[in-house]
Design a protein around this ligand. Sequence first.
Ligand code: NAP
Length: 260
Amino acid sequence: MDLGLKGKKAIVCAASKGLGRACAIALAREGVDLVITARTASELEATAAEIRALTGAKVIAVAGDITTEEGRAAALAACPEPDILVNNAGGPPRGDFRDWDRDMWIKAVDANMLTPIFLIKSVVDGMIARKFGRIVNITSGSVKSPIPELGMSNGARAGLTGFVAGLARQVAKHNVVINNILPGPFLTDRLRGGFQEAARASNRPVDELVQERAKGSPAGRVGDPAEFGDACAFLCSAKISFIVGQNLLLDGGAFNSSMS
Ligand code: NAP
C-alpha cells in the first residue's frame, strides 16, 4: 500500500537508536524528509548517514536534549512546519517509589509527558492550517498494564495518554490525527540493558533471559524494532485519518484481554 507520504516532512525525536531510529527508517522508506534528534551527536550523525544511504531521504541531524526548551527549539528550527511528529525520549529509571524524590518525578514528567505536549503545542496549529498532520507518541505497554518497578513511567505516560485522548478529538476534523503506540518488549539497547542488569543480578546468561521472556509471549518472541517502525509509518499514513486517539499496543499478545 502506498502510504501517501512522499515529500512529507517529519520530526522524529530520540532517533539515533532503538524505536525512534526504526520509525525514522520506516518513514524515510516512504519518501519522508526527516529531522532526527538525540543527545549524542556522533551516534546521531552516524544514524542520519545510515538512513540517507539506505533510503536516499533528506535527513537533518539535530543534536540536543529534546526534554529541554533549547533541544525542542533546535528541532523545530530545522523543521518549522512538520507534517509528522513522532514523540519519543528515554524512559525513566526503574526502582522503588520510596527512593524517588520530587526532582526525579519532575524529570520523568518533563521527559515523558510535558515534552511531547509542548512539541504538539508548537506544531498542531500549523498542521490544522495546512489540513494535514500526523502525530505518534511512543509511550509504553505500561500505560495499559503497569510495570511495578517502572512507576514513574506508568504515571508520566498515563498523564500524556489522558491529555492526548482529549486533544486528538479536538483536532481530528482538520485531518490532524494523534495516536499513541505502546511498545511491549522490543530488542533495543534499552531492553538489552535491562536484560544485562537482570543477568548480572541472577548470574544467568543474557540469552537465557531473552529466551525466557520470549517464551512468555503468545508471539513466542520479543519484538523487532523494524516492525515497530512499520506500525509507526502506518499511523502516519495519509490514509488513516479516521484512526483517532487510539492506543496501539504492540506486545505480541502479552496483554491478556478479549478486547484491547
Ligand atoms: P534506546 O534503544 O535506549 O534508544 C533511545 C534513543 O533515544 C537514543 O537514540 C537516545 O540517544 C535517545 N534519547 C534518549 N533520551 C533523549 C533525550 N532526552 N533527548 C533526545 N534524545 C534522547 O531506547 P528504546 O528502547 O528505543 O526506547 C524508546 C522509548 O520507548 C523509551 O522511552 C522507552 O522507555 C520506551 N519503551 C521501550 C520499550 C522497549 O522494549 N524497547 C518498551 C516500552 C517502552 P541519546 O542517548 O544519544 O540521547
